[in-house]
Structures are given as C-alpha cells and as structure tokens.
Design a protein around this ligand. Structure first.
Ligand SMILES: *Cc1c(COP(=O)(O)O)cnc(C)c1O
Length: 423
C-alpha cells in the first residue's frame, strides 16, 4: 500500500492510522498472508553472486540503492520486520528515514556516539530521563564529552551566555532536548533551541538538535516541523504500548539516519525481528490508544487539581493561559498526552503510603502501556540524578508520576481517591 493513490486525476493521501495495517508490506511476498510474518532468520540467500556483490556495495554506501531498495543480507544490517516497521514509523513524523533499536537507550547512545567526539560539548535540557542523565553525567565524560544543562526558565540569551561562560562556543556539537520533560512535564521551545543551534553552527560544523519525543509522540508532537534534526523514541512506551517489549527508534533525514544505521550495525543493537513484529502489531492501535489515554488523563488531572491533599498537578492540559509554558504548548503540542505528575502535601513517607495503598494502578516504572502505572521519580526513575539537581528541577520527595492507561476513568479516580484517603 502506498501513502498516496491517484484516481481519476486526483491524488488521495492517506493518514498514518490508515496505513499502519499495510504500508511497506506486500502480501505476495509471503504466500498472501495479510499480516507480515516474523522473519526469524539471521541471513538471506542471494539469487546470484552478482546480487550479493551489489547488496554489499549498497550497504557500505559505495552505490545508491535501486527502486527495490537495499537487498537483504544479514539481520544485523537489515530484516523485513525492521524495514517495514521503520517505513511505518516515518509516517507519523513525516520523516524521510528511521532506524529502530533494541531499546530507547540504544537509540540515544548510538545517536550521541555517532555525532560526538572527544572534546565536544552537549547542551541538554533538564530534567531528563534517568538513563539519559546517567549517560551524560557518568558515561560520556569518560570519552571526553561533557554536558552543560539548563532548565525551562532559560531564554536563548541565557543559554548562549552559559556556553560563553564555559568557554565552549566552538565545542557545542549537539543539543539534546526532552520535552515534555520526564517527570515534570516542563516544556522547552523547540524553535528557540533550533535558533541556539544555528547560533553555534559554522560553515564547518552544524550543531545537531535531537528531541526525545517519548512523552507526546508520535501523535501529539512533531519536532521535525520546528526545524529539529532528529527525533528519538523509547518505543517501549506508547509505540509498543502494552508493556511487553523494550525498543527504541530514531527518525529524521536520510543523510543523518544512514550514519546512525552504520554505527548501529557495528554496535549490533538493532531491534530483532520478533521485537519488530510486536511493534508492527502495536502501531495498528497507536492512535486510539493514545487518544483514549489522553481523554482519561484529562479527567484524572482535573479531579486531582481539586483535591485538598494535592499540592500541585503538573499536566499539560492544565497550563494557565498567559504563561510562557502555555505559549510553548499552544505552539508545538497537539494534545496534552497522558502523563501526569503531582505533589502531595507531605514527605517521602506520605508519597510511599499513597503508592502502597493503590489497588488498580500498578506500582511500577515505565509508561505509555495499556495499564495505568504510578511511581516515585525521586527514588525510582530518577534516583541516579544527584539530589541537588533533583530539587533544582522539581523532582521533589512528594512528587508522584502517573501514566494513564486504558481503564475506566471513574475506576482510576476511585483508586486515587481511596489511596489519598489513606494518607
Ligand atoms: C523510557 C525512556 C527512555 C529509555 O527508553 P528504554 O526503551 O527504556 O531504553 C528514554 N527517554 C524517555 C523519556 C523515557 O521515558
């Protein structure tokens, strides 16, 4: 199935959700099977030695692929389940190309290692996912790559000043942006950060912008439209959506994704065919899952905001008009998503009491699955973040993070209500 068909001289373009069952797969490849099978194979037979030679030339960039694309060689380099998944994932962000990985962290690591060298500096928004924080603060410094971070209160001028003060103007090579930020839902202005990247770019080097779009994408935010270079997903979350697979993806222009794919084939951290197949299955219901979770999250957030034991709710659907955060939301988000965090009146003990009392919500990290989850960022997902950083970026001891799933909204509210009553 193609993205577009022309009928009676008119071109019809299908929406991504209409293409998730068919795009990139032809039933005649597999005995007419309506679903793409799992190509559980490590290697592929070449019809002729000449084909083998040509496929390798294409894989190593010595030759451009023909109309049939790159030929199949070996499952560390390419596999039909991954290629079809990659084709389908490009549709939501209207990206040229995609690379899928065995985890979101694999997507992040491979992208950063491809574009950075010793001596380079990363500009990074704060807070970020705990694993990303650990990578930037503890792993990359071993390779001479350091990070300057800033929170959502920084203007373009303040970020530029931060870099100048650190004497790093010529060394900034990449801006890593997580918006909305995990776990506080803080928003960062993508156009402003692309401006910052342009400011530090020169004729000889272009500062690359990378957005972790796990919280709102691929439905409610499309960073490429704001001039960002690359978009990363933990596909473990909404894209997978059933808490039964760990995977990641990076989408963007072909010339950047092909570099990432080359390094991926060296690290060998591509997703396997079974992971690819599970994600193909998940993508068919992505839109209805994300929409339903968002509708329910709105009910839950509104209810929480009026509860006397709740100090503050961090949810994009409750941002106040007139604030900078609201302006950014209106400009670059298409919906508030289904992640809520909130502060209870109290301490870590109060937060733990609440979490232990939940009946329907599961006490677990991760997010974006069909079941609703609750967790304590300060001691769980973000426990590796140093305490002064936690406090500076709003990861307080009384903060709870909720991921809203597919359950009935009244049942979820009942559960939160009875848990709040117990504290
Ligand atoms: C979960 C998550 C990651 C890491 O993804 P994995 O699939 O667990 O490796 C990265 N960024 C964000 C925002 C996440 O929530």
């Amino acid at each position: 199935m193609d993205k577009q068909i022309t009928l009676h001289g008119k071109t019809k373009t299908f929406k991504p959700e209409s293409l998730m069952m068919s795009y990139g797969y032809h039933p005649e490849w597999s005995e007419g099977a309506v679903k793409c099978p799992i190509f559980q194979t490590s290697t592929f037979v070449f019809a002729t030695a000449e084909d083998g030679k040509e496929f390798f030339e294409i894989a190593y960039g010595k030759k451009e692929p023909g109309i049939h694309g790159a030929g199949l060689i070996y499952s560390r380099i390419n596999n039909p389940d991954l290629e079809i998944l990659e084709d389908r994932l490009t549709l939501w962000d209207e990206a040229e190309s995609c690379a899928v990985f065995e985890s979101g962290m694999a997507a992040i690591c491979t992208t950063l290692f491809e574009f950075l060298q010793p001596g380079d500096v990363i500009l990074c928004t704060e807070p970020v996912y705990g694993g990303t924080d650990h990578l930037l603060s503890s792993i990359l410094p071993k390779y001479g790559i350091t990070t300057l971070d800033f929170d959502c209160s920084f203007s373009k001028e303040q970020i530029i000043k931060l870099v100048e003060k650190a004497n790093a103007s010529n060394r900034v090579k990449l801006i890593f942006i997580e918006t909305p930020a995990n776990p506080t839902n803080s928003l960062f202005d993508l156009e402003m950060l692309v401006d910052v990247a342009n400011h530090f770019s020169s004729d000889t080097h272009r500062v690359i912008t990378v957005v972790d779009n796990t919280f709102l994408g691929p439905l409610f935010q499309h960073p490429l439209k704001f001039g960002v270079d690359l978009v990363i997903y933990s596909a473990t979350k909404y894209i997978g959506g059933h808490s039964d697979v760990v995977a990641g993806a990076c989408v963007g222009p072909k010339h950047l994704i092909s570099r990432i794919k080359s390094l991926r084939s060296m690290f060998g951290n591509m997703a396997g065919p079974w992971t690819g197949w599970l994600l193909l299955r998940s993508l068919e219901t992505l839109k209805i899952r994300m929409e339903r979770a968002a509708t329910t999250a709105h009910c839950v957030a509104e209810w929480l905001a009026h509860h006397p034991k709740v100090e503050k709710v961090h949810y994009l659907g409750l941002l106040q008009p007139g604030t900078l955060q609201y302006e950014i939301y209106k400009k670059q988000c298409l919906g508030p998503g289904a992640m809520i965090s909130f502060e209870l009146h109290g301490t870590e003990t109060t937060a733990f009491k609440f979490l232990n009392a939940l009946k329907l919500f599961k006490l677990a990290v991760s997010l974006g699955g069909t079941e609703s989850l609750a967790e304590h960022p300060a001691t769980m997902t973000h426990s590796a973040v140093k305490q002064h950083k936690q406090r500076a970026f709003g990861i307080t001891e009384n903060l709870i993070r909720l991921s809203i799933g597919m359950e009935d909204p009244d049942d979820l509210i009942w559960d939160i209500g009875q848990a709040l009553a117990s504290i």
